[in-house]
Design a protein around this ligand. Structure first.
Ligand SMILES: [Zn+2]
Length: 196
């Protein structure tokens, strides 16, 4: 829709592992020992991705940065690459709504599309071999684990709201509403920011 690459850290990890890149192999040694992958490796993957030519007209970062040190590292690498962020979208959703959404979430085992009986009921998957039988619930989508993840979010990620607000980059989006409505809000906001 916006014609710029969507760079999600989860996908970057999967690609680096699949292609057995140096960074992927380094990440794997930590993961094999049940350890967190250090920031330097994640940052190097992002930096490598942002150096590729398809990002010259713009890019969307998703899932990064999640902490203040990562945000500072991103500012530094973008300065090195002579790039800058135009905007940081802050999707505002109350905790209780997040618990309800995630605890009810069903994911398609074949194509990873998320569904929700109330907010986004299963009709059909983009991948036509999927049926309702492929839906499952992730183990970490239990209310207790979601609340623990929210605590981490408030402690580690929420400080980024102030960081990007001070840089004049923050754009707040009302995240409550059905999927299509919120998507349209995001696209409308993003379109004012891209050059086309
Ligand atoms: Zn599917």
């Amino acid at each position: 829709m916006l014609d710029i690459p969507h760079i999600a850290t989860g996908n970057l990890f999967r690609e680096n592992l699949k292609n057995e890149t140096e960074l992927g192999k380094m990440a794997k040694t930590y993961m094999d020992h049940g350890k967190l992958v250090p920031d330097e490796i994640t940052e190097a993957m992002v930096r490598e991705r942002l150096s590729q030519p398809d990002t010259t007209e713009g890019f969307i970062l998703d899932g990064f940065p999640r902490t203040l040190p990562q945000a500072e590292a991103l500012t530094e690498m973008l300065t090195d690459l002579r790039r800058r962020l135009t905007c940081v979208l802050h999707l505002k959703v109350p905790d209780e709504e997040i618990v309800e959404r995630l605890a009810g979430r069903n994911i398609c085992r074949l194509c990873q599309t998320p569904f929700h009986p109330k907010f986004n009921p299963f009709q059909t998957c983009p991948y036509d071999r999927c049926t309702g039988e492929h839906l499952y619930q992730r183990d970490d989508d239990s209310p207790e684990i979601i609340r623990a993840r929210l605590k981490t979010f408030h402690g580690q990620t929420e400080p980024l709201v102030d960081y990007y607000c001070e840089l004049g980059l923050l754009l707040e989006i009302e995240g409550v509403g059905d999927v299509a409505t919120v998507t349209n809000r995001i696209i409308a906001a993003a379109k004012t920011l891209t050059r086309t």
